[in-house]
Design a protein around this ligand. Structure first.
Ligand SMILES: [Fe+2]
Length: 334
């Protein structure tokens, strides 16, 4: 037990030591001192609460270290653990057609591939089945809506390595874009970008095709770190152009609607991950009405979609809530 604790501590320390101070300098130049300071200080606060059992406001598997252990034991006792592991690899490819206001005809039929909450280091088969599915998918652009790591704390190397392998399996000529979730630290943005993901940190980019454009914006995590800034993200977006937003959690639905977003893509809730028959979540880990927590939804004229997630967190098991890979087909409004 003592040896395990020492090994764990040395792994955590080596992850911290490997950080390069230049990473912070570059991030500060890019996102500003206020955003960086808030993100890093909240990461430290969150880690302190986690490791000192200081207590989180919300009761959830990812906030209490012992709960996954107890749940795993119970599932094994009732011979359900292996079934849960199989369910977590039973990927469904979901096709969603969505009307987008002001979408130029050049983008009619444009396909956005969404992977959310891949929690790459926790995939039971190492990602092999997911890779074989991704290799079959034809998309124009890919978005990764946060949560690359299995746990909210601890080392990141395997998550990065597997994320890079997954990205290599994606064919998306208009690029791969991503945002941070509550399982991700901002220090890993450079590594994620080296893996081929264009990270959006309260930023937006214009997607061009044959002289037409729509805008894709992405915000930092709003659930745990409260570092999202929609005004900043949407500042460069001209009026009367289509705005698609990546937000890790659907908890931003009201802010996004007020900011004139046309379509918001979310994850975070995992659709409950462990559900009652009929896909009824036991816990969503989100402070918003349940109608925003899974699948397509709308609010005040804005459309949204919350993925059931591609991966699983805390325990690599699922019940009555299969993992998904989502293809959003954009349609011009008639
Ligand atoms: Fe997640």
């Amino acid at each position: 037990m003592v040896r395990e604790q020492i090994n764990l501590l040395s792994r955590r320390l080596s992850a911290v030591k490997s950080m390069d101070s230049k990473i912070y300098q570059r991030l500060e130049q890019r996102i500003g001192r206020d955003h960086l300071r808030k993100r890093v200080s909240r990461q430290v606060e969150s880690a302190a609460k986690f490791y000192t059992k200081g207590g989180y406001a919300s009761f959830h598997l990812e906030n209490v270290e012992l709960l996954p252990v107890i749940l795993k034991l119970m599932l094994k006792l009732f011979l359900m653990y292996e079934r849960g592991l199989e369910n977590a690899l039973d990927y469904r490819v979901e096709h969603v057609r969505v009307d987008i206001e002001n979408l130029p005809p050049e983008f009619n039929g444009f396909r956005l591939l969404q992977l959310s909450d891949i929690h790459a280091d926790g995939i039971a088969d190492g990602g092999q089945k997911l890779i074989s599915i991704l290799e079959q998918i034809e998309a124009d652009l890919c978005v990764l809506t946060g949560d690359f790591r299995f746990l909210t704390q601890d080392v990141y190397a395997l998550a990065l390595q597997r994320t890079e392998t997954l990205v290599q399996a994606i064919d998306a000529p208009f690029g791969v874009y991503g945002i941070l979730g509550n399982h991700d630290f901002i220090e890993f943005v450079p590594s994620l970008e080296q893996a081929g993901i264009n990270m959006l940190l309260n930023e937006a980019v214009s997607i061009h095709k044959n002289g037409a454009e729509f805008w894709l914006a992405g915000i930092d995590d709003a659930h745990l770190y409260d570092c999202h800034d929609l005004s900043k993200a949407l500042a460069p977006v001209p009026d009367n152009t289509s705005r698609i937003l990546l937000s890790h959690t659907p908890e931003t639905y009201a802010e996004a609607s007020a900011a004139g977003v046309d379509y918001v893509l979310c994850g975070h809730t995992h659709g409950g991950q462990i559900c009652l028959p009929g896909g009824i979540p036991l816990i969503t880990n989100a402070s918003c009405p349940r109608r925003f927590c899974v699948g397509p939804w709308h609010f005040n004229g804005m459309r949204g979609y919350t993925s059931r997630a591609t991966g699983s967190s805390c325990l690599p098991v699922r019940f009555f809530c299969p993992p998904e890979v989502t293809i959003h087909e954009l349609v011009c409004q008639a």
